[in-house]
Ligand binder design. Sequence first.
Ligand SMILES: NC(=O)c1ccc[n+]([C@@H]2O[C@H](COP(=O)([O-])OP(=O)(O)OC[C@H]3O[C@@H](n4cnc5c(N)ncnc54)[C@H](OP(=O)(O)O)[C@@H]3O)[C@@H](O)[C@H]2O)c1
Length: 351
Amino acid sequence: MKVLVTGANGQLGNSLRAIIERPAAEGIYFSQGFAKNQIPSAIANPARKDCHSERSEESVNSFEWVFTDVAELDITDRSAVRAMVQSQGIDVIVNCAGYTNVEGAEDHSDLAEKLNAEAVENLAVAMKEVDGLLVHISTDYVFGGKPLHAPISEEEEPAPQGVYAVTKLHGEEAVRRVGCRHIIIRTAWLYSEYGKNFVKTMLRLTSEKPSLKVVDDQRGTPTYAGDLASVILLLLSRMEGPAAEGIYFSQGFAKNQIPSAIATPTRSDNGVTYHFTDEGECTWYEFAREIALMAGHTDCDIQPCTSDEFPSKVHRPAYSVLDKSRIKQALSIDIPHWKSSLRRCLDAISK
Ligand SMILES: NC(=O)c1ccc[n+]([C@@H]2O[C@H](COP(=O)([O-])OP(=O)(O)OC[C@H]3O[C@@H](n4cnc5c(N)ncnc54)[C@H](OP(=O)(O)O)[C@@H]3O)[C@@H](O)[C@H]2O)c1
């Protein structure tokens, strides 16, 4: 199975690459659900990892990975997407690209729509043409316009607020409308050792400043991009029957087939929507305190404040905790608590 990763230089793309390029013995690190020897060999032993790899004999029972970012494949260019999918014989696209600057989207709505919606349609069309699978990432912010108070299920009707959220919902709708085989994963509050994110910003600020205010009226779940990457790999491994059999997964699935346990459709016949974050919930203030505590930055006085104290162009949801029951049941996994995953990320950053 040949997998194209788009936006591979971002947080999620880098996290996927890191797991795939890790020595096989180390496996997928999922702190609670999986032991190190429970990794499917197809994922542990990719045949090639470069951007323009060719099919080869050694890859028959292995995944081949084609990592691209905008320099190699601009996903807003439909003919370039089609050409790569067809010339490379791509079976699966994992779309890690996106316009992710929530504030910036308010001033650059055309760009956000182009990348988060029109480009996603390009990927869906390309997969539809070859009967491939599109794995696409969306966001908890699609529910941002609703005053919710309990973990949000996949069945909740979206109510996006702000340009970013609206364009992300348009991306989801494009995938379902085109009707390629698909898995849409909504996630939240992503951080990692790569790029810019809240964890890295807090590490810097709490080491530089004597005091800091952080908003305490938005509740969600921090999610380590490495955990999201692991879950994507587990989903894909369920599709590669022979290579995965006997190692961890008892069931074998036909190649290019979404197993029924995974393909419980919502609102569309040809795919499934999942919610995935780490376990637990907190406010940004509580998250910042934990980051500082774990990093030993105890000299900085972190104080809670309200969102009003940080004027923003975008209304952010007061509560956006996602219900993960569906993916936990489909994959039979325990998801790590955000605090244990934060520890792993800080370890990775300090290496
Ligand atoms: N970050 C979060 O808190 C969060 C929360 C919920 C959901 N999500 C979703 O999760 C996904 C991954 O997020 P992330 O944080 O890993 O994103 P990210 O770090 O911003 O990475 C996105 C990547 O896409 C690349 N890109 C931009 N334009 C492109 C184009 N035309 N063609 C191909 N690649 C292009 C970016 O390159 P440049 O850097 O050069 O622009 C970047 O490398 C996104 O769909 C996002 O909406 C993120």
